[in-house]
Structures are given as C-alpha cells and as structure tokens.
Design a protein around this ligand. Structure first.
Ligand SMILES: *Cc1c(COP(=O)(O)O)cnc(C)c1O
Length: 384
C-alpha cells in the first residue's frame, strides 16, 4: 500500500486499536451498552481536561463546538473580546458577528501571543464585557498562548474565558479546574486520533449561569438540552456513535501512557522538528517566546513555492504536511506533533522534505535535517 503519513495538524494518524474500534458494527445509542461508552468517553475527557465539569459531545467538526459556545453564552449585542492572531482567532470574531454579538477584536501580530495584561486592560476599561475568546494553540501560525496566565486575569472578573483548545487538547497541558478556565472546546480529529465528526465542550458553573440566560437563537447546539440529557447519561440527539465508541480506545491509550508522558512525547517531536528545520537553514515562523509543541510552522525561503512543495510531498511521497493559510499561503509549512506520531515519522518527514527542498532549489548540507533530528531524539532524556 502506498504510504499515507499524515503530519498535518488535523486530521491525524489513527492508531490500529482505534481503527479496529471504528470498524465495529454500529450499536444503537439508547442502550446500556452505548451508555457505558458515553460514560467512559466523558470520564476520559474529564481526565484529559483535568476537570470535574460537564463535558458535552456534539456531532460536528470543531467549529460546531465553537459556535455552540458562542450561542449558549451570549445574547445579541453582548460584548466580547476576541483575540485574533491567526485564522482560528478570526473564527471567534466571525462567529460572534454572525449572531449579532459585539466582538471587540484584540489584534495580535501573527506569530506572536497575546499578553495577559492586554486582556486585563480591556476588561478593566469595560465592565460590560461578558466573555473572552482565545485560542490555545493557533494552529495557523504555530503559536501557543499562556492560558493559565490569562485565566488568572479573567477569573477575577464577571467575564467567562472560552478557550479553543481544538488542536491542543491531549497534546499540551490544559488544567481546566486548577487554572479556572470556564469553557474549553475540543474536537476528535487532532490529538485524539479519530476521524472528524465529534466536538467536545466542557462548561463550568460560571458559564452554565450564562447558558440559562442567553437569548441567541439555538436548537441543535442548545446546552440546556445537553445538560438535561447528560444528567441521564444520554445525549439530546443521535450522537456520533462510532466516534464515541472509538474515543474509548483512544482514551485508553492516554490513560495507559499517562498525560505527562503524552505531553512529553509531543514535546520531543517538536524539539526534533525545530532542530531539523534549523539544520536545513530554515527559520521558525513564530516568535521564540511562544513556540508550540502542537505544531511547528517553518518559514520557507522566498524562492520556494510552499504550495508546490506540499503537493509534491503528498502526491509523490505520500506525506501530508500543511501549508500556510490566509496571508501565509505558500510561505510556510506546518508539521504536527500530535496524536500517535513518532520520532520515526518526523525523521521520515524530513527525509522526503530534504529531497523536495533540494529539487525546488534550496541548498543545504545533504542529510543535515535528518541527522539533526536523530541526534536530538537520541540526546533528549526519556523521563519516566
Ligand atoms: C482544527 C481547528 C479548528 C476547527 O476546525 P474544524 O475544521 O471545524 O474541525 C478550530 N481551531 C483550531 C485551533 C484548530 O486547529
């Protein structure tokens, strides 16, 4: 079979046990058997999120979970801060605007992270702001934002903190309860190693009070219905049965390895990737103060067409990496560190990246990227 290695930040590789679970015959959802799957799925999500809060499953891609957060928390004309430092930050603004919510955009230069004091200034200046929408890992730029420090600011106000952790959940640490994050949105097809089609939203008490009061139009995504059903270990509508069953297998992997070990493995892949890129004479896109262990964004030399590079990698060599989005189209490539990717996968990625870069006219010492990655992996101590 032709190689099909996904080094993209969603969808990601699916491990064999999870694949096997996806191949099981479908079961009905109003059964004790599925209720057991649902219970396990929610408990597993609470484990990854380090929370006791409700977690609601929605049959949608990640953006559906984001939309659900917006309509359930805010009413038309409410004010919210949206942090925009890339494509996914912009999505929060667009979602608010679609529902007549006043999005006060906090613009951050792409490749940089918002500073908690910028959010504090905005919240101090306007006590009517009801919510702050941020992105944990801005997948379009490879920037990680310090959610703990932002939560420290927001928890002292009446506003709720809503985090798009779609690419970061299960890849880097997010302690929902200890940090005091009010709403977290995740999705199945990134760190959880599943096909797309399942979004998860965790909601705390502070946020649930807003859910009761929101006047935004909502039906399928109404958390009041989700909450009522969750109390009976059920979902309001037909859930993404197959993905929830397979999530059980994915969560077994998390529990078996332990969260710390999972985060550490992703960090190793990120470190190897950064060193390999440098060895090829390539710079990282984000500022070094906010590099992400979720995905690495690498700048391409001006003479290299990134779109072409991504296409050759995929069509000729069976390796999917991501290109740039929006203003970064053709200018960067992005390599993910999430899910079940291994050091060998990163080395394979660089083996072919070197071939294609050379073909497109970039000069570097042959084998430099691969050997730099290997050396880093060998030298990094393995904890545990
Ligand atoms: C993938 C992703 C999303 C959601 O995208 P969908 O295509 O709707 O699943 C949202 N935010 C971030 C940061 C992402 O990486």
């Amino acid at each position: 079979m032709k190689r099909n290695l996904l080094l993209t930040p969603g969808p990601t590789q699916i491990p064999a046990d999870v694949c096997a679970a996806l191949g099981r015959p479908i079961i009905h959802h109003r059964t004790p058997q599925f209720q057991e799957n649902l219970k396990e799925g929610i408990a597993g999500m609470q484990y990854v999120l380090q929370t006791k809060n409700d977690v609601y499953f929605l049959a949608s891609s990640g953006t559906g979970g984001m939309e659900a957060a917006v309509v359930n928390l805010l009413s038309p004309h409410d004010k919210a801060i949206t942090v925009e430092g890339g494509k996914f930050g912009e999505r929060w603004t667009e979602l608010c605007q679609a529902y007549g919510i006043e999005a006060q955009v906090l613009e951050v230069a792409w490749g940089h992270a918002v500073q908690p004091r910028q959010i504090k200034q905005r919240l101090d200046a306007d006590k009517d702001i009801k919510a702050v929408f941020v992105t944990h890992c801005e997948t379009s730029t490879g920037v990680t934002t310090d959610i703990q420090a932002i939560a420290e600011v927001v928890r002292k106000t009446d506003a709720v903190l809503v985090v798009d952790a779609i690419s970061s959940l299960g890849v880097i640490d997010l302690k929902m309860d200890a940090w005091g994050v009010d709403v977290v949105v995740g999705a199945s097809h990134k760190g959880f190693m599943l096909p797309p089609g399942l979004a998860m939203v965790a909601v705390n008490e502070k946020a649930l009070r807003l859910v009761e009061r929101s006047k935004s139009p909502r039906f399928y995504f109404d958390f009041r219905a989700s909450k009522k059903a969750a109390a009976k270990n059920d979902t309001p509508f037909t859930p993404a049965i197959g993905i929830i069953v397979a999530l059980g297998e994915s969560l077994k992997i998390f529990r078996k390895q332990g969260l710390e070990a999972v985060f550490e493995r992703c960090e190793r892949l990120a470190k190897g990737t950064r060193v390999a890129a440098a060895a090829l004479g390539l710079e990282l896109y984000p500022d070094k103060s906010c590099l992400s262990n979720v995905v690495t964004a690498v700048k391409l030399p001006a003479n290299i067409d990134g779109t072409k590079l991504v296409k050759i990698m995929r069509d000729t060599h069976g390796i999917s990496i991501a290109g740039g989005q929006g203003e970064l189209k053709g200018k960067i490539i992005r390599i993910a560190h999430m899910g079940c990717l291994t050091e060998e996968d990163i080395i394979t990625g660089f083996t072919y990246l070197e071939i294609v870069l050379k073909e497109l006219g970039h000069a570097f010492p042959a084998g430099a990227g691969v050997s730099a990655a290997k050396k880093t992996f060998e030298e990094l101590p393995v904890a545990r």
